[in-house]
Design a protein around this ligand. Structure first.
Ligand SMILES: Nc1nc2c(ncn2[C@@H]2O[C@H](COP(=O)(O)OP(=O)(O)OP(=O)(O)O)[C@@H](O)[C@H]2O)c(=O)[nH]1
Ligand SMILES: [Mg+2]
Length: 582
């Protein structure tokens, strides 16, 4: 006889015979993530790492489309709330005065640069501020809508699309004109009235006959024409904002403001104004009209289309294959201040990150300590979390202090006299065919175009670092011919893995030979400059993780930036002079 223990076979089945009977048993696979990312082994990656890797893989499937440095957003400010038609009623007062409240203002739209964002991908393409609240009976005014603040990364340029741009959305007046197209004059008038007036129930027709109402309508249209003209004048000077500095409150709060006044935080630059609220029926009370049965609706908010462009302005851009150690290098150059993720799998960095390197005259840079270790960010976070849990974080030594104690020497990593400062951008990894949007795509290459100089970062411990260089150069050229001419430096990273302490003589000799071969390749094939001024790129072996030989890298980078800035200043001056002559 045969017993089947599981009706539905799940995975591997085995048949066991016991006491002359056959039992089928099924082994159930161990619990774990159902879909492992490519190249991942569940046993070696922690849950956290798996989560990050899945995010990376998702991003790769987007072909780099989630890093945005150019987008168009259609913005609508809020419409004002409607005024109210109401009459006051009270005991023994059957015919009270008109008591409809005014509508609240629609929400304004502001744009605010913030250093916490690095990409425009979090900005929606359609944004609407809230509408103002409508007025109520007993003179209750509607609520003003809160402003809508669009947060954009620092370095964003905002341009309003001009009137003739086909990508621009229609403004509030054009939208109404389109709505009225093809209608008869009577229908047009009815629709325009319906959009502008609120009537007491069942009094719409009666109101339309009244002289007071006709007069009020005339006044309203006159005001509207005025607003329309002002709007047209404003769109002749389209919005242009260059948001490259973090901004403080534009004006301090009024010192004479009454106590308890809420502090007005700077909300950024106004790009679209909310519509005014409609007025309630008390506004139409006059000596001839004691019982006005109409009120106005709120005005529509402004509609604008903005083109946002993120110009990541870094002086030096790091270019390298995934895992070459670009992020580690940026962290080492900024003393761990640059918030960029470091991990041992490809495509850790998803968006470009810019860090500032501050150099003193003797070549030291801020955060530098010979041999300080810049580990993977996860390991550093875990160490810090452990300290925090044990309550030791406040008393813990910083990386530099630790190092100073270990060496029993005072490390003076950085003299506060800053002599020079430049920015370095850590970019996502570039792979073969990146220019055809493979891997993380090439959207971030655009920001590299604007760098003064590029530095290749290659993994010296890889079997053939020169092949990496060739691929990188080709990809840059394919993306934009001439872009690779901006490269100045080859950083041969992970030199500690070759011929470090404890290595045999053979290994040291092998490492030297590899470095020489890389240098020979660069001398032969990778040249910078033009014509007679051509020379080979500099090659510097470093260990970003252990901060070895970084001073040389910083010194060279400083020189390139100084040269490029000088050349730029000269070019600007020449352009200025030629325009003066004209
Ligand atoms: N031994 C050694 N390991 C290094 C060095 N630099 C980086 N690493 C390690 O190499 C791995 C990858 O470093 P990342 O800085 O994330 O590399 P990346 O170039 O930014 O990689 P992507 O962001 O994926 O393009 C990490 O595990 C680092 O700890 C180094 O100089 N020596
Ligand atoms: Mg990285």
């Amino acid at each position: 006889m045969r017993y089947v223990l599981h009706c539905k076979p799940l995975r591997a089945q085995s048949v066991t015979t016991f006491a002359g009977r056959h039992y089928t048993t099924t082994s159930i696979p161990p619990a774990g993530p159902s879909r492992l990312p490519e190249g991942a082994d569940a046993s070696t990656l922690s849950e956290d790492e798996l989560r990050r890797k899945r995010r990376t893989d998702w991003k790769r499937r987007q072909n780099g489309q989630s890093f945005l440095d150019h987008t168009i957003v259609h913005v609508r400010a809020g419409t004002g709330g409607d005024g109210c038609v109401a009459f006051h009623r009270e005991l023994f007062k059957p015919y009270g005065p008109p008591s409809g409240g005014n509508g609240g203002r629609g929400g304004d739209v502001y744009i605010l640069p913030t250093p916490h964002l690095t990409s425009l991908s979090s900005v929606s393409t359609r944004l609407r501020a809230q509408h103002g609240g409508s007025g109520g009976g007993t003179w209750q005014n509607g609520k003003n809508a809160p402003p809508l603040v669009i947060r954009v990364p620092l370095g964003t340029i905002v341009r309003e699309l001009p009137r003739d741009d086909p990508r621009r959305q229609k403004d509030e007046y054009e939208a109404e004109a389109e709505d009225l197209q093809g209608l008869s004059p009577q229908e047009k008038r009815d629709r325009m009235r319906a959009k502008r007036w609120v009537h007491y129930p069942e009094y719409a027709d009666d109101n339309a006959q009244r002289e007071d109402f006709k007069h009020a309508e005339k006044v309203l249209f006159a005001q509207e024409r005025e607003r329309r003209r002002a709007r047209r004048l404003r769109s002749e000077n389209p919005i242009f904002l260059d948001l490259d500095k973090p901004e403080e409150a534009a004006e301090a709060a009024d010192p004479n403001a009454p106590l308890g006044q809420p502090r007005v935080d700077f909300m950024g630059h106004l790009v679209a104004q909310g519509g005014m609220g409609g007025v309630g029926n008390p506004a139409f009370l006059s000596s001839t009209q004691r019982s006005p049965k109409w009120a106005t609706r709120g005005y529509p908010g402004e509609r604008v289309s903005l083109s946002l462009e993120l110009k990541l302005l870094a002086d030096i851009g790091l270019v390298g294959m995934p895992n070459a150690g670009k992020s580690t290098l940026l962290r080492a150059l900024t003393g761990g201040r640059a918030r960029t993720e470091v991990a041992g799998y490809a495509f850790t960095t998803l968006n470009p990150v810019v860090g500032v390197v501050r150099v003193s005259d003797d070549g030291n840079f801020d955060g530098f300590a010979e041999g300080a270790v810049h580990d993977e960010t996860r390991a550093e976070e875990e160490r810090e979390r452990g300290l925090m849990e044990r309550g030791e974080l406040a008393d813990a030594l910083t990386r530099n202090q630790r190092r100073a104690l270990e060496e029993k020497a005072v490390v003076d990593p950085y003299d506060t006299m800053e002599a020079f400062r430049f920015t370095v951008a850590d970019n996502p990894g570039l792979i073969e065919e990146a220019s055809a949007n493979v891997g993380l795509g090439h959207s971030f290459l655009r920001s590299m175009e604007r760098s003064l100089a590029l530095a290749y970062v290659v993994d010296l411990s890889a079997p053939a670092p020169w092949d990496e260089l060739r691929v990188l150069r080709e990809e840059l050229e394919k993306y934009k011919p001439g872009l690779s001419a901006q490269a100045r430096l080859v950083v041969a990273n992970k030199a500690d893995l070759l011929g470090g302490t404890g290595a045999s003589e053979e290994e040291v000799a092998e490492a030297r030979a590899k470095l020489r071969r890389l240098e020979a390749f660069v001398a032969e094939e990778m040249r910078m400059g033009e014509g007679d001024g051509q020379r080979a790129l500099d090659v510097v072996p470093v260990s970003a993780k252990f901060s070895l030989n970084l001073k040389k890298v910083v010194g060279l980078m400083r020189r390139y930036v100084e040269e490029a800035r000088e050349a730029k200043a000269k070019a600007d001056q020449a352009a200025q002079e030629s325009s003066d002559v004209l």
